[in-house]
Design a protein around this ligand. Sequence first.
Ligand code: ADP
Length: 487
Amino acid sequence: MSTIDVAGVAVDTRHYINGQRVASAETYVNTSPIDGTFLGDIARGGEAEIDLAVRAARAAFPAWSKLGPHKRGELLNKLADLVEANIETLANIETLDNGALLRSHLRGVMPRVAMNIRFFADFAMNELKHDVFETRGHTNNVSWDPSGVAALITPWNAPLMLATWKIGPALAAGDTVVLKPAEWTPLTASYFADLTKQAGIPDGVFNVVNGYGKEAGSALTAHPGIARISFTGSVPTAKIIAHAAADNLTPVSFELGGKSPCIVLADADLDLAAEIAVEQYDNAGQVCLSGTRILVHESIADAFAEKFREKAAALTQGDPRDPATDIGPQIHQVHFDRIKGFVDRAIAEGHNIVWGGEPNAELGGLYFTPTLVMNPAPGSEIVTSEIFGPVLVMQTFSTDDEVIAMANGTEFGLAAVVVSGDRDHAARITNELVAGTIWVNCFFVRDLRAPFGGSKKSGIGRDGGIWSFDFYADVKNTVISPNGWKE
Ligand code: ADP
């Protein structure tokens, strides 16, 4: 069967290559994390399908790149309109496929998907002007030229949001695209492909190849016909992709994991701090940006912990389609077992689990209870490794120097949160933190004009505004002399 019924909507399970649906001889099974329901058999692409898609994207590149930002912008804005008209459908499909909250998909995520397309289309039309510098009468004409085929590899925790964060700027820049969505969550990308067709995006400009990372993903990153690789995922996979990219010297943009600190200073508003701390359980902890290490000044640790406990106890775990649910399931049995492994080892090592620490016995399946590990030994696995589940650690500190060393003391540098009632104090801390994004007295506020990305092992490069175009485009400087002209 080439289409499946997902939440009452027909979703194609085949690839989308050159504007056509393409099947593979092999398929793999996709199930819902909500209750294990079989969703469908998904086309399992490999080298052949990737090659077909890259060739189609290369063939479509000359016309798309020459169309110019305004004509591309018209089509991309039409695509954004179609996303907006289909928010409910996309939200329902995504929730069944990845288990994240339906209400978040409806209110935040899917509107953001439309915005990802619209923002970069408008940026290319209105902001991406050629820069002109003068040097002794010579004109330096700086332009952002389309670069070719962008290979996009995306994860399962926010599938369409993170995919369109790449698709938007790549297409707006005049590149054509081959997307390899995460194998556990292929469905919204497929539905989105239908919307690109309806919007009139020419065949071959946007392609989707489904399949496993080791098959379709590695074939894509090793393909000599691509001009860019943009990847969001784990550090070990990034290292494999970096090796593949090295052979062709393909430029890469990586957004990887984190083990971000959430710092509560002694002068913090404790209600606000507890509010922010509990947000770190969002999406069942499957968020690369989460501040999973709560670092609290010792003088307020007990008072903060009490407020944090109250808020954590009020979280409702259950079916993500229920508007009352705050925490849904983990994505997949493999991932669930990985999270449980971290917690089981922490228990075996004698760490103090203050709440949670086990699968939700009532719900069964892939539901893991929100967990807090108190004062684990510095350097222990639970403190340094990214768990990507609803597992937070809380540690105390006594001085600014100490908390700065703790905050910066992992291999990651994606994000940080600082909660403080004193602007100067907050600034003294933020100045010293190594992180791509720091939130002060807030969490998860994102502006597409601002740079986003990771320091240290959390990534290479930045997305957002001009940073996205610096990556997807070929930046060119043409120096024109005042001399030698015949007129
Ligand atoms: P996670 O551990 O969160 O599943 P991964 O980094 O393994 O994260 O996966 C993120 C994306 O990378 C997925 O689309 C996956 O299929 C893809 N991927 C995994 N392995 C490879 C690989 N060797 N080459 C290219 N892509 C890969």
